[in-house]
Design a binder for this molecule. Structure first.
Ligand SMILES: Nc1ncnc2c1ncn2[C@@H]1O[C@H](COP(=O)(O)OP(=O)(O)O)[C@@H](O)[C@H]1O
Ligand SMILES: [Mg+2]
Length: 404
C-alpha cells in the first residue's frame, strides 16, 4: 500500500488535477480505515519516531495510560513516573521488552498492565518504536481465583487422606487400651507383666505412626517458601544420581545420563529441586528390583527446559496412573504415598509441569518442563520486507545473532 502511494507521488507532476484529488481522497480513506482498526483494538498502541516523539496513539492507549498530550516527546506525554522511567530505560538502551507487568493507579483503582516494547526497523535502520499495552487485571484475578479453588480442592483430598490414615492407628490404639484395661482388671501380677509389655509396645508404635502422618501432612500443606537462585539442573541430577549410586549398583541398575551441555541456568530452589529429583529417581529404582536401565535426560527448547526420568521397571497400571500424585496413594508396603505429591507441588511452585507415560511391564517415563524466564532481550533485528512485498507483511521479525 505505502509503495503504491510512494510511486504515485513520484509521478505527481504528470497527474491531472482530478487524478491528484482522487489520489488524496483514496489516501485519506486508507488513513481513516487504519485509524478505525487501531481504535477498535483492546490493546493500547503508541508509536514513536526515532527521536521518541509520539506519532500515533490509539483510543485504548489513551484509556489505559494517563497521558498529558498525544504528541511530542513520549516522556513528557506519559503521566505515570514509573512507566516513564521504564520506557526511558528501555528505549534509550534500545532494549526490546516482552510482557513487562506494571501496576498503575487510575482514579483510585490499581490496574495491572502488561507492556511490550518493540523497535520498528525499516531497511535495517531503527525508525521508531511500537509500545503495546494490555490491561491484565481481570485475567490475573481469574487466575488467582482458579489457583485458590485448586488448592482448596487438593487440601480436601489431603484432609480426606489424613482422616483415612489416622483411622487405623486410632482403631488399634483403642483395642489395645481395652485389652490393657481388661488385663489390669484381672490383676494377677504375672499375666499383667507379660501382656502389658506387649500392649505398651503396640501403643507406642501406633502413636509414632500417628505422629508421622501429622508431620508428613504438615509438610504437604505448608506453603513452600522458595529461595530462588540461578542453578544448574544438570549439576543437581549428577549429585542425586551419585547419592543413590551404591543402591543402584547393588540392584544392578545401570544409569544413563543424557544431559544437554548447553542447558541454560534457571531460577530454582536447590533444596526442593534436589528433593523432587531424588523422589523420582528413588521411585524409578524401587520399580526395578531386579535391575534395569535408569535414563535421566535434559534438553531445552526456546523457552523451556525438559527433564525426563525414565525406567524399565514394573510400570503403572491404567487404573493407578490417575492416582499416583494423590496424597497417601501408594502400592508399597512401607510407602508413604507422599513422594509424588511433593514432586508435583515442588514443580508447580517453580511454574513447571510434570507428566507421566507408563506401560505396565515395560517402564515409566516422568517428564518435567520448567520455564526459562523471559529476559529483556537486547534489540536485534526487525527487518521490514523488501518494497515489493510491502503491505502484505508489514514486519518480519528475524533474530540475528542470538537473543542475549
Ligand atoms: N517409576 C515408577 N514406576 C512404577 N510405579 C511408580 C513409579 N513412580 C511412582 N509409582 C507408583 O506411584 C505410587 C506413589 O508414589 P509416591 O508418591 O512416590 O509414594 P511411595 O513411593 O511412597 O509409594 C507408588 O507407590 C507406585 O505405585
Ligand atoms: Mg516414592
Amino acid at each position: 500500500m505505502g509503495e503504491f502511494y510512494r510511486r504515485a507521488l513520484k509521478k505527481i507532476d504528470k497527474l491531472t488535477l482530478h487524478q491528484s484529488h482522487e489520489l488524496l481522497f483514496s489516501a485519506s480513506g486508507e488513513i481513516s480505515r487504519l485509524e478505525t482498526v487501531l481504535d477498535s483494538l483492546h490493546m493500547g498502541i503508541l508509536v514513536c519516531d526515532e527521536k521518541h516523539n509520539l506519532v500515533m496513539v490509539n483510543k485504548s492507549a489513551r484509556r489505559l495510560l494517563p497521558l498529558n498530550y498525544t504528541e511530542g516527546e513520549l516522556w513528557q506525554a506519559v503521566r505515570d513516573e514509573r512507566i516513564v522511567d521504564f520506557l526511558k530505560h528501555t528505549l534509550l538502551n534500545s532494549h526490546r521488552v516482552t510482557d513487562r507487568e506494571m501496576e498503575i493507579v487510575q482514579q483510585g483503582c490499581s490496574r495491572l498492565l502488561s507492556i511490550n516494547v518493540v523497535p520498528l526497523v525499516h531497511a535495517r535502520k531503527i525508525t521508531g518504536s511500537l509500545i503495546c499495552i494490555e490491561d491484565i487485571t481481570e485475567k490475573r484475578k481469574g487466575e488467582s481465583r482458579l489457583r485458590r479453588a485448586e488448592s482448596l480442592a487438593s487440601l480436601t483430598t489431603l484432609a480426606a487422606g489424613v482422616a483415612h490414615e489416622i483411622k487405623n492407628p486410632l482403631g488399634s490404639i483403642s483395642i489395645h487400651l481395652q485389652l490393657l484395661q481388661k488385663a489390669l482388671a484381672k490383676n494377677t501380677a504375672s499375666s499383667l507383666e507379660k501382656s502389658t509389655d506387649r500392649y505398651f509396645t503396640v501403643l507406642k508404635e501406633e502413636v509414632d505412626r500417628l505422629n508421622r502422618i501429622v508431620v508428613d501432612f504438615l509438610f504437604a500443606v505448608r506453603p513452600m517458601n522458595l529461595d530462588l537462585r540461578k542453578g544448574d539442573i544438570n549439576e543437581l541430577i549428577l549429585q542425586m544420581v551419585e547419592l543413590v549410586r551404591v543402591e543402584t549398583d547393588q540392584s544392578s541398575i545401570r544409569c544413563l545420563l543424557e544431559l544437554d551441555d548447553k542447558l541454560p541456568k534457571i531460577l530454582l530452589d536447590e533444596r526442593y529441586m534436589k528433593q523432587a529429583l531424588l523422589n523420582l529417581i528413588k521411585n524409578a529404582q524401587a520399580a526395578m528390583p531386579d535391575g534395569g536401565l535408569l535414563t535421566v535426560a535434559t534438553s531445552h527448547v526456546e523457552n523451556e527446559i525438559r527433564i525426563s526420568i525414565c525406567d524399565t521397571g514394573t510400570g503403572i497400571s491404567a487404573e493407578n496412573i490417575s492416582k499416583i500424585f494423590e496424597p497417601y496413594f501408594t502400592t508399597k508396603e512401607t510407602g508413604t504415598g507422599l513422594g509424588l505429591t511433593q514432586v508435583f507441588k515442588i514443580i508447580r511452585e517453580h511454574h513447571g509441569e510434570i507428566a507421566v507415560d507408563s506401560a505396565p511391564g515395560e517402564g515409566t517415563d516422568f517428564q518435567i518442563t520448567l520455564p526459562i524466564p523471559q529476559k529483556e532481550t537486547r534489540m536485534i533485528a526487525y527487518l521490514t520486507p523488501s518494497p515489493q512485498s510491502e503491505g502484505s507483511r508489514p514486519y518480519n521479525a528475524v533474530s540475528e545473532g542470538g537473543s542475549k
